[in-house]
Design a binder for this molecule. Structure first.
Ligand code: SF4
Length: 308
């Protein structure tokens, strides 16, 4: 599949303290008209892209969200995904319409099953854990009727605040039938640096928990856990296991997803490739590492943290 990830606007109804975008709850910081997005989808389709992710901020609250996914379907996208905070999927009618319009995969951001952690992370939304569980139960209901084409996935941002409870969160969700998890090591950039002291986590401090979490896959064979933004040398895994669990590898090898970027100059589109180049860096030891050409290095900000 030829894959692209795009953002459709800058607005969110949550206000996560690790968000990098200076987002203010319920305020639209930048709006893109449906016609512009439609043109981009057409352009991408002409370039043979057939897999699209709508991500960053909250795509589902864009007033034209349903039209946008219908437009992707009409332009031959086979895989249409969204990463969402789940708030809109508590509404079964909205979910049903999204699936009718051909949304094929949904990932929910859910960082801790412990209410006081999750609520704090999304900046005080009461009963947010219950809200997310309700959204997930709705998704499961449609998935079990074969109305959602691909497995539901949960995205967890790993930070100092929640890393101790991640295993508990995964086990809880696994027991209600979520089998796929993606762990994203926190990116300490832009806005999230305001909360540096409460969020910054060293790879070393996460080591035991990471190994313990990945070990769950030995006990539960249908459980799939991948991580992102933890380089091999900081994962303490042998290379074979690193390939098995790291998201980078999945993108490149398993699903043959391309991270090619496209020059959509019309607006502030997130360019993954440039973003990584801008925010990541190699260490001295990387020069002698056999993975240098495969690995993206570590977050620049993390280098400051190591030597702090
Ligand atoms: S290239 Fe650098 S950061 Fe990546 S695994 Fe090798 S030593 Fe670690």
């Amino acid at each position: 599949m030829k894959h692209i990830e795009i953002n459709i606007w800058k607005a969110c109804n949550h206000k996560c303290i690790f968000c990098m975008s200076w987002i203010t709850r319920n305020k639209v910081l930048w709006f893109e008209k449906f016609e512009t997005i439609e043109n981009e989808i057409k352009k991408l389709s002409n370039l043979w892209y057939n897999s699209i992710w709508f991500l960053w901020w909250e795509p589902t609250i864009h007033p034209n969200f349903l039209e946008i996914i219908l437009c992707a379907k009409n332009h031959n996208f086979e895989n249409i995904e969204v990463i969402s905070n789940g708030s809109k999927f508590t509404n079964k009618d909205f979910l049903s319409d999204s699936l009718k319009f051909w949304l094929t995969r949904i990932s929910i951001s859910f960082h801790s099953i412990i209410e006081k952690e999750e609520s704090f992370l999304v900046w005080w939304i009461n009963w947010v854990v219950n809200q997310k569980i309700e959204a997930i139960r709705n998704l499961l209901c449609f998935f079990n009727k074969w109305l959602l084409k691909k497995e539901i996935s949960v995205n967890i941002v790993i930070s100092k605040l929640n890393y101790k409870s991640i295993k508990k969160t995964i086990l809880f969700l696994y027991k209600i039938w979520i089998k796929s998890f993606r762990l994203n090591f926190i990116q300490l950039e832009w806005y999230s640096t305001k909360n540096y002291d409460i969020l910054a986590l060293k790879y070393e401090d996460f080591k035991d928990d990471l190994l313990d979490i990945l070990n769950l896959c030995n006990s539960y064979k249908d459980l799939k856990i991948n991580f992102e933004a933890i380089p091999w040398c900081f994962s303490w895994l042998n290379y074979e296991n690193f390939l098995k669990f790291s998201e980078q590898n999945i993108d490149r090898e398993k699903d043959k997803i391309s991270r090619d970027d496209i020059n959509l100059t019309s607006r502030d589109i997130i360019n993954q490739f440039n973003r990584r180049k801008e925010l990541k860096v190699y260490l001295k030891k990387c020069n002698n590492c056999f993975l240098k050409w495969e690995c993206e290095g570590i977050w620049k900000r993390y280098v400051d943290y190591i030597f702090k």
